[in-house]
Design a protein around this ligand. Structure first.
Ligand SMILES: [Zn+2]
Length: 97
């Protein structure tokens, strides 16, 4: 294997490591929302949640367990977690998320 191929292999390995770190962080974020149960939209978005287009859910005013601000909160699984399909109830949803 030439020097270029070796360097390229190292970069690819590093990229795979970074990809895994990002995937692990995305899953940890979604699980943080899952553990909170109910959370506000600001926290959900920061953690990677996306509101499914056209989805309707009941919000109620309460202190968000993540940011400690009293805001409308909804169940964590009202949001889609597109980066973590393993725990996303909307993963097989065909409409736009
Ligand atoms: Zn919050």
């Amino acid at each position: 294997m030439g020097a270029f191929s070796q360097a390229f292999a190292r970069i690819n390995t590093r990229n795979a490591d970074v990809d895994k770190e990002i995937a692990d962080a995305d899953l940890a974020n979604a699980k943080k929302a899952q553990a909170a149960g109910y959370l506000c939209g600001e926290c959900a978005e920061l953690l990677g949640g996306r509101w499914p287009k056209g989805h309707r859910a009941t919000f109620h005013p309460a202190t968000c367990p993540l940011c400690q601000v009293c805001r409308p909160i909804a169940s964590w699984d009202d949001w889609s977690w597109p980066k973590t399909p393993e725990i996303d109830r909307w993963a097989n949803e065909t409409r736009e998320i």
